[in-house]
Ligand binder design. Sequence first.
Ligand code: AMP
Ligand code: ZN
Length: 469
Amino acid sequence: MDINLYNSDGRESQIFNPIESGKVGLYCCGPTVYNYAHIGNMRPYTIQDVLKRAFTYFGYDVRHVMNITDVGHLTDDGDEGEDKMIKAAREKGMSVWDIARFFEEAFWTDLERLNISRPTVSCRATDHIDDMIGMIETLEEKGYTYISGGNVYFDTSRFPDYGKMALLDRQELKEGARVGVDTNKRNYSDFVLWFTNSKFENQAMIWDSPWGRGYPGWHIECSAMSSRYLGEHFDIHCGGIDHIPVHHTNEIAQSEAASGTKWVNYWVHNEFLLMKTGKMSKSKGGFLTIQSLVDKGYDALDYRYLLLGGHYRSQLVFSWESLDAARSARESLVRKVKALLGEASADGELNEKAREYMSGFETHIADDLNTPRCLADLWSLLKARELPASQKLALIELMDAILGLQLLESASAGEEASPLDEGIEALIEERNQARKEKNFSRSDEIRDELLSRGIRIIDTPQGTTWEKV
Ligand code: AMP
Ligand code: ZN
């Protein structure tokens, strides 16, 4: 089956064509480990996990590489401000190395709780300083750099395609030069490859280089590490939409200038998760983490369900109400799976009807990862009268290999389905049937009966769930 992805480079949906048959080289910008990741940061990692699982399902061998930024990311993506790691270390009274390891560990814990599989290769910037220096030397030999104010800069005017993916306007960039803040830059869009001119005394993370002791710019790490682990030309690069105009634009310029060839074939960018009050910001504090959701009694998988309920290229506004709805929907799915497990075990082979369900699901996931449609497919198979429990379970196993909601694991791990739960499910089923037949008096009767037993019914676009009141 063709897999369609929306490519930010060209701004259109394209059929995925691998560089090497049956293989996918995938690079995802990883976290800057100076603080806990917030729940917005978890959106890219969740969707990248679904992308990886989908390609694996369709038979591809996926090599997934992710960096850990533990040096060199300033508080502003455009070389302004302070080093994020150093600022955090000072504020917390810890060494920068300890800060980095502490928050890296917290990051892996979050991924695990969200059932996000680990990358094939995860690489720390501080372990790859030589690769970065090597790439800067190549850029220097090819005439793409200049030294100014003690720092090595990339000269964007030497790279004619600068800003092409981001559709940046060259004229606007030129005009921006007049208001540029870093007076060492020749062009507004130029950026630092190597800092020797540190603004901070006693900088802990510095290395020897041909340009003096110092540290790398943030952008060079992704270019250097991706080429080390995926080669100079690979299939897919992911990240949040905020990275298009600066970070990814600079990554493309450095990588293509150094290699002289096209770098990445498909750029997959996720839209932002927003709070009702606006953007969530790691550097400004006061944000929600996976731990804060767990502390409030949610399962991290409730949040995974919430994320899958929106398409990754649409903005998603977080609210406690939507997390509540996600929780009751996921719990209801687990209960339904539990009830099925009480009846049968999964069939090894799909019958014709089940194959139709699976092919609908495959079409939707291959359509630029349409996870909301895939969730709807999952709900509709659970309701399907024509499928026996064993076929339903087989389908759930296949679909959940991509969605990653751990439905079968949660259903088999928990207690046995209580007779109370089963009774409620049966009444909900009867109410659904009554509504289909437009027998609204019976459907209202069931709603009231359940409410009198302390159960509130919730109708969602994906189906009906319930909660205790
Ligand atoms: P950082 O650790 O700040 O470099 O961010 C990690 C990833 O999260 C990057 O791919 C960002 O583009 C992405 N990101 C940051 N904030 C949000 C948000 N509110 N919603 C979705 N993605 C985000
Ligand atoms: Zn990156």
